[in-house]
Design a protein around this ligand. Structure first.
Ligand code: AMP
Length: 300
């Protein structure tokens, strides 16, 4: 068993979806990524929550082989994010971000987690992502995710982080913003020049591109008839991807392609329910069936 260390946000989200408001929904980058990765390999989670974080949420994570020895329970309230989606769910606006205990988050990696061979640096300040790397031993594979906020306010630190990771995962808009390149092929080239061996560019409902060596791999997203809530799909994709890599222990380029398919399969469950509900209810045979659907979708 190769454990995956996952560091990121743990949140309560308020989600406005199709005229309905869902409050106190368990969310955060590390939550989605951990639940996704734990479908394939054990997870060691590092994050912070407040005293309001309920036992039901810790139980949900523990029941899925997520080790919570690195979960800090701080004085105050859990990070809260509120967003409203457009009618067609293709865009969203942030209505509110209450950092609460997340404002003072300083990831402390427990001794027992420092030798984790697979590491996912979920969406947090790149300064903290670098601090995590400074506390751990030499992992086999490090994946980092980011968002437009950090590209705006931590550009230099993000570039420094790129020199220390294996794979950078970001969406198309962020890739363009970080590199000042409109063309995604050139943007990926510029990002790889900063250090990562692989750059994975997510394109939402249009799938993802993986750039490694001289190769490009293009994977569509599964066309779904039921999309309920896109929150966390990107984190789920990255968590599923690294989870599969950890389970197989194979970092070859064909296996990285397979890892993208596994990440996309889990992301397709994520969007079918509010918050993590469908992601948590998906069984191994559901996941297997979806991988088969992907096979049919992409064979000709
Ligand atoms: P995604 O839909 O993949 O962008 O991720 C959504 C999750 O990101 C939500 O569950 C939020 O709680 C979390 N989130 C929103 N803003 C931030 C932030 N500034 N830092 C860390 N996590 C955030």
């Amino acid at each position: 068993m190769r454990p995956i260390l996952i560091v990121g946000s743990i949140a309560f989200d308020t989600l406005h979806l199709g005229g309905k408001c869902h409050s106190k929904v368990l969310g955060g980058s590390a939550t989605y990524a951990s639940i996704a990765a734990a479908h394939f390999s054990p997870v060691q989670l590092v994050g912070v929550v407040g005293q309001d974080f309920p036992d039901s949420a810790t139980k949900l994570l523990r029941d899925r082989s997520v080790d919570l020895a690195g979960l800090e329970i701080a004085h105050g309230e859990t990070f809260h994010w509120e967003g409203r989606y457009s009618e067609d769910l293709s865009s969203r606006e942030t209505l509110r971000t209450d950092l609460n205990v997340f404002a003072d988050f300083k990831p402390k990696i427990p001794k027992a987690f420092r030798a984790a061979p697979y590491v996912m640096l979920g969406n947090i300040d790149p300064v903290l992502q670098i601090e995590v790397l400074e506390q751990i031993e030499k992992p086999a594979f490090v994946l980092a995710d980011t968002m437009n906020l950090w590209i705006d306010i931590r550009h230099a630190e993000l570039q420094k982080l790129c020199g220390r990771i294996d794979m950078l995962v970001l969406n198309d808009e962020e890739a363009r913003q970080l590199t000042d390149q409109k063309n995604l092929v050139l943007a990926a080239k510029a990002l790889r020049a900063l250090g990562p061996k692989q750059v994975c560019i997510k394109k939402g409902e249009h799938g993802a591109l993986l750039f490694q060596g001289d190769e490009v791999f293009a994977l569509p997203a599964l066309p779904l008839s039921k999309v309920v809530d896109p929150t966390g799909a990107g984190d789920t994709f990255a968590g599923g991807l690294i989870g599969y890599l950890a389970r197989s222990g194979d970092l070859s380029s064909p296996n990285l392609r397979r890892a993208l398919v596994h990440g996309s399969a889990l992301a397709s469950f994520c969007v079918e329910g509010v918050g993590t509900e469908r992601l948590t209810s998906a069984s191994p045979s559901d996941v297997h069936a979806r991988l088969e659907t992907f096979r049919q979708l992409t064979s000709f």
